[in-house]
Design a protein around this ligand. Sequence first.
Ligand SMILES: [Zn+2]
Ligand SMILES: [Zn+2]
Length: 172
Amino acid sequence: MSNSPCAICNASKAPNTCRSCDSSICKSCLEFVSDETFEFADYTEANSPIGSYCSSCYTTEIVPALETYNEILERAKEVTVFSADQGKETRLIKRSDLKFQIDECEDKDVLTMRLAYMAAKAGYNTLVDVDLVYSKVRDGSFKLSNWRGTATAANMTGRGPVTNPNRRSPSR
Ligand SMILES: [Zn+2]
Ligand SMILES: [Zn+2]
C-alpha cells in the first residue's frame, strides 16, 4: 500500500496502483479491466490488459482498445461456422492457409466465439473444419472440464441460404 495521494483527484487514501503508469489511485478513480472485459479476444497471458487503471490511462489505452475489440466482435458474430463433419457443405469453400488453435477453454460456445474472433480479426467471414474436443483434465486433486478446438479460416462470398448451417436443423 502506498502513502501517496490519488494522482487523479488528490484524495489522501489511494491504496491502488495503476498498472500502466504506476500512479497511486483512490477507489473512485479506479477503473478495472476484468477477464470478462475482453472475453473473446486473443490476448495471451503476457499481453493481457487485465488489471487496475487510473481513469486517465483507462481513457487513453483501454477505451480505444475496447472500441477495436467491439468492432471485431461484431464481425465475429457474423462469421459462419462449419464443423469438421460438414465436409459436404464445405467442399466448395476454398480454405485459407490460416489455421487457429485454442487449447484451453471452459465453455464450448465461448471457444467457438474466440475462434470466430480470430477469424474476424484476420479479415475472414467463415470458419471451416471446426473441430471442438471435450476432455476432462486433472489438475492435482481438481477435475476440470476443458474444450480445445481447431479451425481453418475461409472467405465465402455471396453467402446464401443453401450454405447457411443454421438452416440444417430439424431434430425430428
Ligand atoms: Zn481519486
Ligand atoms: Zn495510469
